[in-house]
Design a protein around this ligand. Structure first.
Ligand SMILES: Cc1cc2nc3c(=O)[nH]c(=O)nc-3n(C[C@H](O)[C@H](O)[C@H](O)COP(=O)(O)O)c2cc1C
Length: 412
């Protein structure tokens, strides 16, 4: 694969990024900052091609990553939510993945102003979906159960105990009781009901939140899944969720599964330390009916298993191992890596290409090498809803850069 990772030279140099066709100073703009060379045959042009996966019909390869906002005071999306997503759709984003939305159940959530995806919130979501569709984009909800991360002091449904595979938190410390099989069955049903409701509302697919140390990830991770019996088999519960969702929504409705190596504020943790282990996680999910994988990484260019391959990212490995559609993500269009409040310092060196333009040239190379199908952006789209259309027309100079001091970072 000819996709060289950013080097000191390409990161620090101001000249042409090797193999990209993009210059470091004013990428693809011809110097005036206004050329449309990206759309018209430039290095990013392929990312502006349409893409279809089952019920997902996308006008381009850009997605908005799911981002918790806490702007739904009663758990029901408001017109403000609809406007938030509509603006990004009008800004050219092909696929909106909503903020995490709680499935039914008193222990599924932890914060009061996070929206739910239950019959009570259906009308609020319908308005969001209609507005996004009217602006020409597709939209899917992220279905969420927070598991042990509910803790013991959550303001939502106070007094209700957290649910987790083994009655332990992400550090392995005791927290509540292990879920009974009856409770697990109820959560599986809630995921399926939420997916069926999403389909009824008019969403274009669903994303299952299996990342960042929340409930489905707690089943996937050996530190938090100490069960014996069927659900001690780490993929079993997420697989049952995918199966139940598939059976509720039929064959054509796209199911996206988000997973991650890292856990909330624990960036060194992993569910798979080798490609073989990753394959063992992903293959049963493929067999259960996942259409699209969304491996959540904080830097899309970092190699995942450098001893096996010096360049392949987690997205690239996921593509190679599953042959399914894959969404890449992580620090596209921003200068700093994603780090939640309270995160521990990292020991690995963080190599960040100097400019968003250089980052994009590397992204274009990854795409050309077939490493992913869709790219999700988080913070860049918080800062500038028009990011996609500005990049398409080469207007880098007018992009509003993300600044964590100016832009709310409430979620995880
Ligand atoms: C404010 C904020 C809220 C987030 N909420 C969620 C969430 O609800 N679900 C999720 O899977 N990831 C969540 N994330 C992670 C993002 O989806 C994304 O993976 C991360 O921001 C890295 O992408 P970026 O570097 O383009 O920002 C959140 C990130 C931010 C900044």
């Amino acid at each position: 694969m000819s996709n060289n990772p950013p080097t000191e030279r390409s990161i620090q140099g101001k000249g042409v990024v090797p193999g990209s066709g993009i210059t470091g100073e004013k990428a693809g703009t011809g110097g005036d900052g206004k050329s449309d060379s990206y759309a018209a045959g430039g290095p990013l042009a392929a990312l502006f091609e349409p893409y279809n996966v089952k019920s997902l019909h996308l006008r381009n390869r850009f997605a908005m990553a799911p981002m918790t906002r806490e702007m739904s005071p009663t758990g029901v999306p408001t017109p403000e939510n609809a406007e938030h997503y509509r603006l990004r759709a009008e800004g050219g984003v092909g696929l909106l993945i909503t903020e995490g939305a709680y499935i039914a159940g008193t222990a599924s959530g932890h914060r009061v102003s996070v929206p739910h995806l239950t019959p009570r919130s259906a009308d609020g979501w319908r308005e969001v979906v209609q507005d996004v569709h009217a602006a020409g984009s597709a939209i899917i909800p992220q279905l969420w159960h927070v598991g042990a991360l509910r803790g013991t002091t959550s303001p939502l449904n106070p007094g209700v105990a957290p649910q987790s595979p083994s009655g332990i938190d992400l550090d392995g410390k005791p927290l509540g009781q292990p879920m009974t099989t009856g409770e697990i069955d109820a959560v599986i049903s809630s995921f399926a009901e939420a997916a069926a409701l999403a389909q009824q509302i008019g969403f274009d697919g669903v994303e299952l939140h299996g990342a960042h140390g929340y409930l489905l990830d707690e089943f996937l991770w050996e530190r938090t899944n100490k069960r014996s019996g069927a659900y001690g088999q780490r993929t079993r519960m997420p697989v049952e969720v995918v199966r139940a969702v598939r059976s509720a929504v039929g064959d054509d409705f796209a199911i996206v599964f988000r997973f991650s190596q890292w856990k909330a504020n624990r960036y060194q943790e992993r569910i798979a330390t080798t490609p073989r282990e990753l394959e063992n996680v992903l293959t049963p999910l493929v067999d259960a009916g996942v259409d699209v994988f969304h491996p959540s990484t904080r830097r899309h260019w970092l190699p995942e298993f450098p001893n096996d391959d010096p360049t392949l990212s987690l997205a690239a490995w996921t593509k190679r191992l599953t042959d399914k559609a894959v969404i890449t993500v992580g620090s596209v269009g921003v200068h700093t890596e994603f780090r939640g409040a309270g995160a521990t310092a990292e020991k690995i060196p963080v190599v960040i290409p100097e400019s968003p333009e250089e980052r994009l040239s590397y992204l274009a190379n990854q795409f050309a090498a077939g490493e992913f199908d869709i790219v999700a952006l988080g913070r860049a789209l918080i800062a500038d809803p028009m990011w996609v259309s500005k990049v398409r027309t080469g207007q880098f100079d007018s992009v509003t850069p993300f600044d964590k001091n100016h832009h709310a970072l409430s979620g995880a």
